[in-house]
Design a protein around this ligand. Structure first.
Ligand SMILES: CC(C)(COP(=O)(O)OP(=O)(O)OC[C@H]1O[C@@H](n2cnc3c(N)ncnc32)[C@H](O)[C@@H]1OP(=O)(O)O)[C@@H](O)C(=O)NCCC(=O)NCCS
Length: 139
């Protein structure tokens, strides 16, 4: 099931977040972030174990997906799709937006499978001259 993250989930989220960035917990200070009421983190839990999470920010008509990650051992089982579907079902925004590294094939495939379209490219946005793709999906 997908549910709102609780304080007790922070260590596990920071652990899974290492798949996004090796210094995830210092770049994304989730305990601080969650003090803002426009920030939400939802976790996917099975048998009392958190297997993935999605972090969003609500900005009026737009909800931004900031981070999404699924435990390596549980990838490819539809958990990423469930996390995005939960946001779609629960946001009051008109559209979802996100930014993704152009070489992150699994994430791009997930976003396409969930109805996102590429609307913009920021050339060489990331270290190593990697482009950023901006994608969006209407609700
Ligand atoms: C991106 C990520 C969240 C996907 O989660 P997941 O639970 O494995 O995704 P799902 O099982 O729901 O797969 C959904 C779709 O994504 C695509 N996909 C997932 N893993 C893939 C892979 N390894 N290669 C290619 N496509 C992949 C497929 O299109 C899949 O649809 P299908 O099952 O109908 O073929 C996961 O790979 C991850 O945690 N990656 C590391 C962190 C990251 O890069 N996050 C994104 C930037 S913040």
């Amino acid at each position: 099931m997908v549910r709102e993250a609780l304080n007790q989930d922070f260590n596990r989220i920071n652990e899974i977040g290492l798949l996004i960035k090796e210094n995830f917990s210092t770049v994304y200070k989730i305990e601080e972030d969650l003090k803002n009421d426009y920030v939400h983190i939802y976790v996917y839990e099975e048998d009392n174990k958190v297997l993935g999470f999605i972090q969003i920010e609500n900005h009026f008509e737009i909800t931004d997906i900031i981070n999404i990650a699924v435990d390596k051992d549980y990838q490819g089982k539809g958990i990423g799709k469930k996390l995005i579907q939960y946001v779609i079902d629960n946001t009051e925004a008109d559209k979802l937006m996100l930014e993704v590294k152009a070489n992150n094939d699994s994430a791009i495939n997930l976003y396409k499978a969930m109805g996102f379209n590429q609307i913009h490219i920021r050339p060489n946005y990331y270290e190593g001259n990697i482009d950023a793709l901006i994608m969006e999906r209407s609700i």
